[in-house]
Design a binder for this molecule. Structure first.
Ligand SMILES: Nc1ncnc2c1ncn2[C@@H]1O[C@H](COP(=O)(O)OP(=O)(O)OP(=O)(O)O)[C@@H](O)[C@H]1O
Ligand SMILES: [Mg+2]
Length: 299
């Protein structure tokens, strides 16, 4: 069965999308089958991996985007999967094994305009459709906005693990704290829809420090985060095995540049990756992180 992981923090701009795109790429490069869902109406991950021209075509009609499973409700998740999404200039497949279900700007309508059957909230509709394809993947990842509103709920309800991207600052810690509170509330709200066989509601399993500048000591923010995580673990509000990942992702210009190129960092030419004398660079960080995720003890 696939491991299903939502990347989320109540703090925006901490690097959720950059982490998920590059980690998904690193997992696919290890030969694993990865499906990435974009549940953020900003569509950053979709535009990144499809590039603007391909994404524009989907955005123009909404056909092929995740919102179409809700409105008009005729699509199914399995039909929305863009296989081996990353393409080169001539349409050649650049990263076999990384699939995407994209979003477009219309996903915002799920929050207010959508009036589905109250007995079947959007997250349940999504969950059931996901179940049909789950066994085709090793990892299913959900990029979420910094909230647990309806779009995010789809990812959170279906997940078995939650990872929290964080920067070494007080606001990320506040975002993490708020996330755990909101998760608790959502799990209570959705409990009656959780049937036997769905597994337990997802808790925080990992915290990933991102965008760490060279020479900056992050011991204090890391210690504060660890203390908060320990409190949540004691209160059984985080997974018993939850940890701060040993791997942290350095701040690197190439991460910002990769978006414009429409490629995960690992596929950006070697000269552009700011490799140090030992060839050590941010790509190595993402690879190490993928390795740590694969190794992480479940439970
Ligand atoms: N390791 C990194 N090095 C340098 N810049 C980074 C790194 N990670 C992310 N960034 C930059 O930080 C900004 C925010 O990143 P990103 O969009 O991934 O955050 P986010 O948490 O998904 O934001 P949102 O809350 O809007 O969804 C972007 O400009 C991105 O290029
Ligand atoms: Mg994002």
């Amino acid at each position: 069965m696939a491991r299903k992981i939502a990347f989320i923090n109540y703090k925006g701009g901490v690097g959720k999308t950059s982490l998920i795109v590059n980690t998904a790429a690193a997992l696919a490069q290890r030969g694993l089958r990865v499906l990435l869902f974009d549940f953020d109406t900003q569509s950053n991950a979709s535009i990144w991996l499809l590039k603007l021209e391909r994404w524009n075509k989907i955005n123009a009609s909404g056909a092929g985007a995740i919102y179409s499973i809700f409105e008009p409700g005729t699509s199914r998740v399995k039909d929305l999967i863009i296989r081996d999404v990353v393409e080169g200039k001539e349409g050649q497949k650049m990263l076999p094994g990384l699939d995407l279900v994209p979003t477009t700007f219309n996903l915002v309508d799920l929050e207010n305009e959508y009036n589905g059957d109250p007995k079947r909230p959007p997250y349940l509709v999504f969950y059931e459709q996901l179940a049909a394809i789950e066994s085709n993947y090793d990892f299913i990842l959900f990029d979420c906005p910094p909230n647990i509103l309806r779009a995010s709920q789809c990812g959170v309800f279906s997940s078995s693990e939650i990872y929290v991207p964080a920067n070494p600052d007080a606001l990320s810690l506040i975002g993490f704290t708020l996330l755990v509170e909101k998760l608790q509330k959502f799990h209570q709200l959705s409990a009656s829809f959780r049937k036997a066989g769905m597994g337990v509601p997802a808790q925080v399993h990992g915290i990933i420090f991102n965008s760490i500048k060279a020479g900056v000591d992050i011991e204090v923010p890391k210690m504060r985060m660890q203390l908060r995580l320990n409190q949540f673990k004691t209160a059984k509000r985080a997974a018993p095995t939850a940890k701060i990942f040993d791997t942290q992702i350095r701040d690197a210009m190439v991460v910002r540049r990769a978006v414009a190129l429409g490629l995960p960092v690992a596929l950006v030419s070697a000269e552009a990756t700011d490799a140090g004398p030992s060839g050590d660079n941010v790509i190595t960080d993402y690879r190490k992180l993928a390795g740590e995720i694969v190794q992480q003890v479940q439970g």
